[in-house]
Design a protein around this ligand. Sequence first.
Ligand code: KG4
Ligand code: ZN
Length: 356
Amino acid sequence: MYILGIETSCDETASAVVLDGRVMASNVVASQIDLHAQYGGVFPELASRAHVEQIAPVVQQAISDAAITPDQIDAIAVTQGPGLVGSLLVGVNYAKGLSLASGKPLIGVNHLEGHIYSLWLTQPFKEPEFPVVVLIVSGGHTELLLMTGYNDYTRLGGTLDDAAGEAFDKVGRLLELPFPGGPNIENAAQMGNPSAFNFPRALRGNHYDFSFSGLKTAVMREVTVQPSAAARRQRGAEKKAQLRADVSINDVAASFQEALAEALVEKTVRAARKHNATEIFMAGGVSANGRLRALMKRESSLPVRYPPLNLCTDNAAMIAAAAYYRHADAIREGTLESDFALDVRALWPLGGDGRR
Ligand code: KG4
Ligand code: ZN
């Protein structure tokens, strides 16, 4: 069964064709990184407009790369949420139009569930034995879940303030590194000393919630100097905090990355032990981080899985894969239908309300 996936929840316009939830026939991602780099973060209004421009060529490319004809597509899957409303609407409406015109079923997918199923696209794939503990770490989310079966999640915890990727991006901006902060901090960290600064690991305790805003503030205190009162009064003077000239960006990057990764690893490993998990799964943009991967493997006696680098960040193959597993029964029974009432969901916790 071929599923066409469409993803426009944030700043990537993506489309892919996936065979039977496992095999990527194509995977096209048009990134808007250059567009948003000048603002140091995603500018929602610009993101929606760029999706409108990109969506048709990206979907066409996905179909042509898959070397199939449009009528070979069995269903259309689209990210319904969570994400930026204006961005989600572009993908959802395009998918509705395709479904209406082609008569193929339309499936709304939770973006976070999509990140999890990016692991089903790795080759060779080994069927997991549930339960597994899943850490989703991206620009918008930090969620710790217990996955007890296909599409069956219990939320164990998550961030109380900034998401892990958001913290990387904000600290990247402080350090005057290019956007997005994550990969650039990882590069800088390779040349830095992770014990140069002892940044807070924050929120220790017998729970599975995270907090990264204190860590970000600690980094800010370390690397910037505030303008003096006299400078603030002076007309035309630079009033923003300035990066200190004597601080090693590489050391700060390495120490920050270490503190953040340790906090993620400690809770994930503890949750896995407590819930007798057989494996630890990681997904989302920050799961691309080499130091996080290495620490997780070092601290856990369980196998640790993460997606290949190109499937850590947002893509539509994971959306098509999630749709396949979420609707496996309907697919088998041939009862899959289009839901044209499907609306976007800006907020959509996974596992919070029992199942989805
Ligand atoms: O999953 P994703 O593409 O988008 C969301 O769903 O949010 O994740 C993007 C995030 C960004 O914050 C980016 O800085 C971070 O993932 N990221 C990384 C790395 N690569 C991307 N963070 C740390 N290390 C990396 N190598
Ligand atoms: Zn994502």
